[in-house]
Design a protein around this ligand. Structure first.
Ligand SMILES: [Zn+2]
Ligand SMILES: [Zn+2]
Length: 259
C-alpha cells in the first residue's frame, strides 16, 4: 500500500489536517508545532505535579501534603514492608488494598480532568498516553489486571456521551496490558459529589452500586477500580465493597488525579 508522508514521520493527511485546523494547547492556548502530538504543550506538561517520594499506599496521595505524625496511621507493622496510610484512608477503612494516583489535582492536572469530564475532552487521548508513558514505572504492578471502570448512571453517560473512567481504563490497557471488565452498574442517580462533605459523600453513594446481572467476580483476579479523581474515596470504596462482597480478594484502585 502506498503511504504518502510529509517530512520525516508525519503522514500527509495529518499535515493537511493541521494546516486546516491548527492545534493550540488546551491549557495555555499557545499554538502547537505541527509535529507535536496531542493538545498539551511541553511547558504545560511540565507543570503537572507527579508525586515523588512517599505516597499513601491506599490512595496514592503524596505524603508531603500531610504530617505523618498527626492523624495518619501505620497499617503494616512488618519492618520489611512498612506501608503508610493517610488519615483519610484510615477513616475510610477501604475495601481495596492499594491505590495509585498519577498526579495532583492542581493547575494543569485539574484542567486536564475538567476538560475530560465537562468539555468533551476525549480528544486528549494522545496526551493521556504521554502521561501514562511518563509514569509507566509506577504502573507496572498493575500489568495484566482486570480494570473495572466506575460506572456512571445511564442518564449522565447518555448526556456526556461517554464514561471518562472507561476511557481512562482503555488507555491503561493500551499502555500496560490487561482487560476491561465493566461489571458494575450504578443503581440510582446520585448528585455530583463535588459540593458534598465527607459524610454526605459516603451517604450519597451508599448502596448506589451493584454487580451487573449475569456477571461474576473471579476471586483470583486482581481487580483495579478506575476513576478520574480520588477525593475522599467514598465512591471507589462503595464499588470496592460490591466486588469484595462477591468474593474479590485482591482489589486496587487507580485514579488520574488526587484531590
Ligand atoms: Zn500549554
Ligand atoms: Zn490515602
Amino acid at each position: 500500500m502506498l503511504v504518502f508522508t510529509f517530512g520525516k514521520k508525519m503522514p500527509f493527511g495529518r499535515w493537511l489536517l493541521d494546516l486546516i485546523f491548527p492545534r493550540d494547547c488546551f491549557v495555555c492556548q499557545r499554538p502547537l508545532d505541527a509535529q507535536h502530538p496531542g493538545f498539551l504543550c511541553d511547558s504545560c506538561f511540565g507543570q503537572i505535579v507527579f508525586p515523588r517520594g512517599s505516597v499513601c499506599s491506599c490512595c496514592g496521595r503524596a505524603m508531603e501534603t500531610e504530617s505523618l505524625g498527626s492523624n495518619s496511621g501505620e497499617i503494616s507493622t512488618d519492618a520489611s514492608a512498612r506501608t503508610w496510610c493517610c488519615s483519610n484512608c484510615v477513616e475510610l477503612q477501604p475495601f481495596f488494598r492499594q491505590g495509585i494516583s498519577l498526579f495532583a489535582f492542581t493547575n494543569v492536572g485539574r484542567a486536564f480532568i475538567h476538560t475530560l469530564k465537562y468539555r468533551h475532552g476525549t480528544y486528549l487521548k494522545k496526551d493521556l498516553r504521554r502521561i501514562l508513558e511518563h509514569e509507566k514505572s509506577r504502573l507496572l504492578d498493575l500489568q495484566g489486571s482486570t480494570f473495572v471502570p466506575v460506572p456512571l448512571h445511564f442518564f449522565r453517560q447518555w448526556k456526556r456521551g461517554y464514561n471518562q473512567s472507561e476511557w481512562i481504563a482503555k488507555a491503561l490497557v493500551a499502555c500496560i496490558g490487561g482487560k476491561i471488565a465493566p461489571i458494575l452498574r450504578r443503581n440510582r442517580f446520585t448528585p455530583s459529589q463535588t459540593s458534598l462533605t465527607r459524610s454526605e459523600r459516603k451517604q450519597n453513594v451508599k448502596g448506589a452500586f451493584s454487580l451487573h446481572m449475569m456477571k461474576k467476580v473471579n476471586p483470583h483476579a486482581m481487580y483495579v477500580l478506575v476513576d478520574d479523581v480520588f477525593t475522599t474515596g467514598a465512591t471507589l470504596n462503595a464499588c470496592a465493597q460490591v466486588l469484595y462482597e462477591h468474593g474479590a480478594q485482591n482489589i486496587r484502585v487507580f485514579t488520574l488525579a488526587h484531590g
